[in-house]
Write a protein that binds this ligand. Structure first.
Ligand code: ACO
Length: 326
């Protein structure tokens, strides 16, 4: 019996901190509004010269180090991101070169904030299919590069960073028990970036119209996110004949403290079984779950054989869950 097991975690975030007080000076908002409506106190923002692959590389090195795996042992590198260094080549190929992971094939996954979960599920399926033994899975974003710091409804939410895991084909019952992924493209216009693609390449006009920034109808996204995250979490439990009380730690996408609390309530989870670091990083999209997973792991919040539920929702819409026996 083989399973895909996470054998190393890593993360990396920028040094520069953007506080709610800083945002008060930039847009019409208050520290109190941001904390009560989102749970966010500060977020990390990349400095000039730092790119998405800068943090992906550091997070990957940390994960490889913990796993005791050399880059040339990797068969695949999968990177979830919506803010690549450039449209092409992929961040995964840039990372493959930086790591000198000469045996790995590498590609990016664009699935909004569910990018890491999609990437993890792909790695799990490749391992199950026998096409690889070791994979590096990364979630990395510089959302600050596509955030409109004149729009108070979005700029208070987003931050930068990267998280990574090394997964390996291992004997035994411990590892990824299931992944469930979903998409609904009919709601794409509730959370999107209109400019920069083939529909609207960069031009003086598109830049003047601020089309290269994320646009979101936060309130509508909020309601759909809660419902979708609940469904994905409950499906994971039902599929494995488990109940909410069996979960040792919920690591949900860190988009809004009220969303995470709603999921925890639905699963009947006490606060100590719910990991949160949204107050420090805000919403880092694809990076949020692997950063949280790495922090939980390094803080010894996760023990061998614990049942860990990952739950994510993002632009697309995309959403999903993964259940892991650690
Ligand atoms: N400061 C002060 N007031 C504000 C701010 C702000 N920063 N932003 C909005 N407001 C105002 C609004 O204008 C509105 O005022 P009005 O009542 O006079 O019209 C009022 O606050 C309430 O606005 P809502 O949008 O209804 O506030 P809500 O409680 O929904 O919170 C938020 C907004 C935080 C964006 C929330 O909706 C949310 O978290 N949405 C989900 C985000 C999410 O899950 N994203 C997932 C994926 S992200 C990705 O994939 C990249």
């Amino acid at each position: 019996m083989y399973k895909t097991r996470i054998i190393g975690t890593g993360s990396s975030t920028p040094e520069k901190v953007l506080t709610n007080k800083d945002l008060e000076a930039m847009v019409d908002t208050t520290e109190e509004w941001i904390i009560t409506r989102t749970g966010i106190k500060e977020r990390r923002i990349a400095s000039d010269g730092e790119t998405v692959s800068t943090f992906a590389y550091r997070a990957a090195l940390n994960a490889l180090d913990m796993a005791g795996v050399a880059p040339n042992e990797l068969d695949i590198i999968i990177v979830g991101t919506i803010t690549p260094d450039m449209p092409t080549p992929s961040v995964a190929c840039i990372l493959q070169n930086k790591l000198k992971a000469t045996h790995a094939w590498a590609f990016d996954v664009s699935a909004g904030c569910t990018g890491f979960l999609y990437s993890l599920a792909i790695a799990d399926n490749c391992i199950k299919a026998g096409s690889c033994k070791k994979a590096l899975v990364v979630g990395t974003e510089l959302l600050s590069k596509i955030t409109d710091y004149q729009d108070r409804t979005t700029c208070i939410l987003f931050g930068d960073g990267a998280g990574a895991v090394v997964v390996s084909r291992e004997k035994g019952e411990r590892g990824i028990l299931s992944t469930h992924l979903y998409s609904d493209g009919s709601c794409a216009d509730l959370l999107y970036m209109p400019g920069g693609g083939s529909a609207c390449p960069a031009s003086h006009e598109s830049i003047a119209k601020r089309m290269h920034y994320l646009k979101m109808d936060g309130n509508k996204v909020f309601k759909i996110a809660v419902k979708s995250l609940e469904e994905a979490a409950l499906t994971a439990l039902r599929h494995n004949n488990l109940k909410g009380e069996d979960i040792d730690l919920l690591i949900s996408h860190q988009a809004n403290i009220r969303i995470i609390q709603a999921i925890a309530k639905r699963l009947d989870l006490p606060p100590e079984k719910v990991f949160m670091n949204i107050e420090k990083y805000g919403n880092t999209s694809s990076a949020s779950i692997p950063i949280a997973l790495d922090e939980a792991n390094r803080q010894h919040r996760i023990k061998k054989n614990d049942l860990i539920l990952l739950d994510a929702f993002g632009a697309g819409f995309t959403w999903g869950s993964a259940l892991i026996r650690w």
